[in-house]
Design a protein around this ligand. Sequence first.
Ligand code: F6P
Length: 349
Amino acid sequence: MTSGDGDEIGLDLGVYLRNHADAALVEALGAIGRTATHLSHHIRRGALAGNLAAEAGAANPDGEAQKALDVFADTLFHEGMRGCGVRAIVSEERTLPTPLDEGGGLLVALDPLDGSSNIDANISIGTIFSLLDAPPSGAAGADAFLQTGRRQRAAGFVLYGPQTSFVFSTGDGVHAATLDPDDNSFRMSRLRLTIPQGSAEFAINASNYRHWRAPVRAYFDDCIQGEDGPRSKNFNMRWIGSMVADIYRVLMRGGIYLYPADERPAYARGRLHVLYEASPAAMLIEQAGGAAIDGVGPILDLLPHDIHARTPLIFGSSDKVARIGRYFAGSEGAADRAPLFGKRGLLRR
Ligand code: F6P
């Protein structure tokens, strides 16, 4: 916190934004916040709002079956973002961008409902978004969105968990607002979040172990060896399966999240989408003092070739991300350094 930050805790999100961001961002972030408030209400009603996890009968551009809540959230954001200066919107749920306000100066890329596989289990889910500049004039087609994450004007996510949290950055640190159930408004709750170093937590879907490539297996093997292995430290694993919730935990407690590329044909470039998952996550993580890489370089330097392009994604506290970067570069964690850590890995048959 810098001096004066304490005065802003509890401030209405819209007021905070008006004091700290330019008018275009205030409009767009305000619309995301209002839409998320509606979505949060719908999610809180759970089964009373219908079967949110029911298959909607259609597939997203990746061919995954859409759930009722995916479609509901997608429709809500397309309606909610009208009239707030956004030229076009890209959604995980739609093949092409949707035009919104003709003269709008911004583009929005979002995953309206991250963590769909957790809906029926009442586990935290979210919305993740990225704001970019629109071209100087004309319609904004898919090409207009193909910008590196460094050019994001703002990024963030809304976490629908035990509390609904709106976490964002406009390039000046990472801040969080909490939805106040008493009056249904977002109020600033944390300013200038900084990822703690030294955490003993890592997050990865270990059921994919057999598909991973050598550097990832070596890193994982070293973690689970705990005090008996080369890291000389015991680790704990947390995998929520909703990336927004994992980002939130890393922002609060530190640690590392990994969704690497693997040998499955559909995962050769990882699972997460550059535009509306990896780039906004990376902006938040870097703004909070952490790092986000694809194994080779920073996520924010990736130039997506397609609006639905994917990338391997590793983010977390900078010391941990630097370490796995060395595993990828081959300067640490060589899979054959000792028989115990042999080429096949500890969990290899
Ligand atoms: O689609 C993204 C996502 O649901 C993330 O929120 C999450 O981290 C990951 O995929 C979960 O993937 P898996 O089901 O393979 O563990």
